[in-house]
Design a protein around this ligand. Sequence first.
Ligand code: GLP
Length: 244
Amino acid sequence: MEIVVDDRAPQRAAEVIALRVLRNPRLILGLATGRTMQPVYAELITLFIRGEVSFRDVRTVNLDEYVGLGVEHAGSFAREMSERFFRHVDIDPANTHLPNGAAADADTEADRFEHLISRLGGIDLQLLGIGRSGHIGFNEPPSALHSRTRVVTLTPTTRRQNAAAFGGDPARVPERAITMGVATIMDSRELLVVATGAAKADVVAAAVEGPVTTMVSASAVQGHPRCLLIVDEAAARGLNRRRS
Ligand code: GLP
């Protein structure tokens, strides 16, 4: 794992994504939601407006979506992606893929999504945040390291963490989600993990220096041959070994 500590972490992450797109305009790009990613997308939009990158031929797949929520729901990740990124750049909406939270059968939808990733030829670069419960995607503890895209039950910690998009009420956050599995994520040819802020220091330390365990699905990335972790100073505070 390569570790970069930089207070411009989101901008650095956006620059990495833009470089990969420049090298391969038809990149299969795995995307993530959450507050950490908001400045990453803002920077990508800036780079697009400046003419430094185009997403015209990029295909995207997102990590996860809440069960029961379609794009019309303000709390859905589909809506978040559209509002924070897709509609500001030249990406073809037909090339953007999220699990359909509104599908009649969530298990079937999870299988469809896993097959879609295979049909696209696998993910070239997967962007990842880390949740307070140590998750990547919505791979809550315990999540098998061999898990594939599936329906999961969210922990109370995660529902509290994500309550802001639901009027601040954790009870209104859906109880279940469809998430790429840990193994699905690990099959990506490259991982780009981003974490910012003091609240992430403990989970970053656990993910990077702790044991690889189903209880912290982010720890799985230790085994990836091509993983770049970009953190700011506050999120790096718990790390013993640091390189910058
Ligand atoms: C959500 C997403 C994760 C994300 C995590 C961190 O639960 N499913 O993919 O990494 O939150 O969120 P934030 O960046 O808001 O801290």
